[in-house]
Design a protein around this ligand. Sequence first.
Ligand code: SRM
Ligand code: SF4
Length: 599
Amino acid sequence: FGSANSAPLAAATVEQPTASSSSGGLESRYGPKTVIKPLPQNPPNLDVTSADAFVGKTPQGSWQLLDEGRAKNPFEKTKLQNDALELLKRNGGFDELTGELTSTPFEDIYTDDEKAKTIDVRLKWMGLFHRLKAGKGRFMLRLRLPNGVLNSEQCRYMDGVISKYGEEQGCADVTTRENLQLRGITLEDAPEILSTLESLGITTLQSGMDNVRNVAGSPLAGIDPEETYDTRAMCQALTEYVTQGYDGNPAISNLPRKFNICVVGSADMFEHPHINDIALVPAKSNDTGNLGFHVEVGGFLSSTRCTDAIPLDAFVAEADAAALCHAILTTFRDYGVRGPRTKTRLMWCIDEMGFDNFRDEVARRMPGGNLLRASEATTLLPKLDERRVILGIHDQKQDGLQWAGLCVPTGSLEPGDMTALADAADTFGSGEVRLTVDQNVIIPNIPKEKMDAFLNEPIVQKFTPFPGVLVAGLVSCTGARWCPQAQIHTKSNALELAQRLDEQLSFPKDTKEVRMHWSGCPNVCGQSQVGDIGFIGTSFKVKKDEKRVDVEGVNLLEGGRICQAPAEAQVVDKKVPLGDELEQKVKAILMEKYGAVEK
Ligand code: SRM
Ligand code: SF4
């Protein structure tokens, strides 16, 4: 399925090179060609709806609230005023719109309500986020990278994009959805950048606002000796459904809120399924023996509520996964509450409808009503207590090949980094570069005999596979450098604290990482509740020399668990100022709970 003129999206490997084939016939300019075999998917019925739904289809093909009175937050009103995808994709669409905006003096944009909403809100449907902290007319571009897989050509192009904007502006981040964000972009350049990205197989469509975000899968897909399910083709197929190639999917581009989907690949649950709105967990039907998934729904983190995904009590065959996602997404679209933004994620809709009604509505929307009860399927995941560590050098399932897990502290990439990674991937691997939700990078398919030379590369010294225990487990959101919602600077503070404590402390020999997750505000993009230790930025006033002064600090969390028995980290201390006080508190936790001792 997908529109007739949609081109295939980013390449990912299904046919893995073997040690011998990597020097044989599969070679292209950028190493062995990676080809993904499309997964057969039963097309969902994109028009499915119910008579009592709150949302209906417009003559133009977008879906909108039927009753304006239900648009109870400013974003819903903006969406009713003018549908973003329709605006950006119809006739001259994006190019015309950017032309109009760039030819308007900046001050005039904000005196025109429509233009202001387009530049600040609607452009997010193309992945373009206006960053006033970077300057008027500067944008962050969020991509979609199914399963976090890239090739060297794409990396080089993206490095070229950010390098153009200089060291002040041009940089990129690996995100907590195994994705990339590019910074510094001007609106004048955006049409050319987006069309070049398309020619390289990447779309940025629907990567922001009330859309399905980057579909995450196992970062070790296809190379992992312990793999249960190769997630790449499924992430690709679901992305294809979400964006309909490069056309956009109006059926699901006006959801009540953002939406996260992941496909689980191994017992480690690297994808953090418990915090996704839909998690597909590999299982096998007891009736037919068919491969498919147990479905979990409603997991999310936010400033007011964090909740783990719950079983939908359903098994879906592999070929029906997109149809199942569509059934859930349209139920959410049609019945999800559109009141205060803090209460509009999927789990709120499930609560309001009642679990049984929600499940019945989803089942009704499945082609042929083929949802099976979960008890009629068996999980394929073996039991595992502790997630493996990806960083370091590891044997792949292909004889003679290894992957290198490289630590990119806080996911920050500077001009030159992506080209150096691409060069290393071409010279030593298969030209493939992968990203993880922990904001790190993997270079797969390196023949064992080339590993020593690989480890000597300057970029591998910079992004070492063997970092300190704390830098290894570090995750941080964007923070105050660029993010308008931030209360503190995150990445710089996070890295400084981790490096200082790595210098001061030794950990028991088998400790590979302690996971410290930083977020600059309660939106918790850095997944603070997932960390062994979590940090949520806050600013507050303290009395100093008889005056009340502003202080940047954090609320401190402890006890996040991942893998198969997830648990949310809980707040243990509030308003801890950044600096020495925080360092001492974190040090005490590390010594008491993680066996750290002073060096
Ligand atoms: Fe996020 C909003 C960055 C993953 C929860 N997030 C934002 C904005 C767009 C805020 C803004 O006004 O600009 C941030 C852009 C800052 C910038 O310039 O980079 C932002 N979020 C990020 C990223 C880049 C953090 C990172 O450094 O990795 C992640 C991009 C992922 C991607 O590639 O798509 C990112 N955000 C997350 C996650 C983690 C996840 O998906 O597992 C969460 C919590 C999990 C979840 O959503 O269930 C998250 N972001 C939020 C929220 C709160 C959502 C809610 O339901 O309340 C907001 C605020 C909002 O949407 O109104 C937000
Ligand atoms: Fe911005 Fe807050 Fe998200 Fe950090 S957690 S990126 S500060 S919205």
